[in-house]
Write a protein that binds this ligand. Structure first.
Ligand code: ZN
Length: 256
C-alpha cells in the first residue's frame, strides 16, 4: 500500500468517525492476511502429475485468491507470477515437453457432447472434443492452470505461445463453485483455481482424496472470510461481486 493510499484511508476513517484500520500482516507462506491464513494444516500431496500455476501480475485478490494456496498442497507444484515466459521449461524451471502437458483451457465444451460422469474433457485446437478421450488424457506429465480474471487469463494464454503446444482440457463440474456469490471466476466452469486444480489432478491421478483435501482448505478459507466484518460500502455482506463480469471495488484496502 502506498503512503497516498494510507492517507486516503485514514481520511475516510476519520470522516466516518472510526479509528484508522489496523494494518494486518500477511502470512509469509500463503501470502494471505494472517486473519485468513489456513495454510498451517496443509499436508503436501505427493502428486505424480505436476502442477504449474501461472498468475497474472495484476491478480491481487489476496483475500479470496487461491493460487498460492493451491500449490502449497502439492510437493510437485510451481507457482509463478508474470506475463510471459519463453517456454514451458523456463516457466517451470526444469526441462519439460509441452506436448505432454495439459492446459486448463478457458473455453468450454458443448455439454451435450460430454458423457455422463465425465468431468475432465480433452479438446482439439478448435475447441472440439477429441474423439479418443482416453488417449488424450493419458501420459500427462503436468497440468497448467492460469490464474486471474477472465481477461487476465486470456492475456496469459495469448502471451505464451508455447501453451498452444500443450493439450487442452476443460472441466465439467457437477456442482457450482463453493465461492457462491463471493466471486466470479475466469473459466466458464466457474471454479476457483483451487477447486479446478483439485478436480483436474484428482481425476487424472484417479485419487479422489486430492480434491477433498483441497476443498477442505477452501471451505476453511471461506468460513474465515465470511466471519470478517464487511468493509465500508459493502452491500449485504457481498464484498467483491456486483453484477456482470467479475468486478472488484477499486480499492480493497481493508485486506491489502
Ligand atoms: Zn498462511
Amino acid at each position: 500500500m502506498s503512503d497516498t493510499d494510507k492517507t486516503e484511508i485514514e481520511a475516510i476513517a476519520v470522516e466516518a468517525g472510526a479509528a484508522p484500520p489496523a494494518i494486518i500482516e500477511d502470512c509469509s507462506r500463503c501470502g494471505k492476511p494472517v486473519t485468513l491464513c489456513v495454510c498451517q494444516d496443509i499436508q503436501p500431496i505427493d502428486n505424480k502429475i505436476a502442477l504449474l500455476v501461472l498468475q497474472h501480475p495484476q491478480e491481487q485478490d489476496k483475500a479470496l485468491g487461491t493460487a498460492r494456496l493451491t500449490t502449497l498442497h502439492f510437493k510437485n507444484a510451481v507457482f509463478k507470477t508474470g506475463l510471459s515466459w519463453p517456454s514451458l521449461t523456463k516457466a517451470l524451471g526444469r526441462a519439460a515437453d509441452p506436448k505432454r502437458w495439459a492446459t486448463l483451457y478457458l473455453g468450454s465444451a458443448d455439454p451435450a457432447l460430454i458423457a455422463p460422469g465425465q468431468s475432465v474433457v480433452a479438446l482439439d485446437a478448435k475447441g472440439k472434443l477429441l474423439p479418443m478421450q482416453e488417449m488424450a488424457l493419458a501420459d500427462i506429465d503436468g497440468v497448467i492452470v492460469l490464474d486471474g480474471t477472465w481477461s487476465q487469463a486470456k492475456t496469459l494464454w495469448w502471451r505464451n505461445a508455447w501453451l498452444l503446444k500443450s493439450r487442452r482440457v476443460v472441466l465439467a463440474p457437477s456442482r457450482p463453485s463453493l465461492y457462491g456469490k463471493l466471486r466470479r471466476e475466469p473459466r466458464r466452469e466457474g471454479l476457483s483455481t483451487l477447486e479446478a486444480a483439485g478436480m483436474l489432478l484428482s481425476k487424472l491421478e484417479k485419487k479422489p482424496g486430492i480434491e477433498s483435501a483441497l476443498l477442505a482448505t477452501f471451505t476453511k478459507l471461506l468460513d474465515l472470510y465470511r466471519l470478517q466484518p464487511p468493509p465500508p460500502g459493502a452491500v449485504d455482506g457481498l464484498r467483491s461481486v456486483k453484477s456482470g463480469p467479475r468486478r472488484r471495488p477499486p480499492r480493497r484496502y481493508s485486506r491489502g
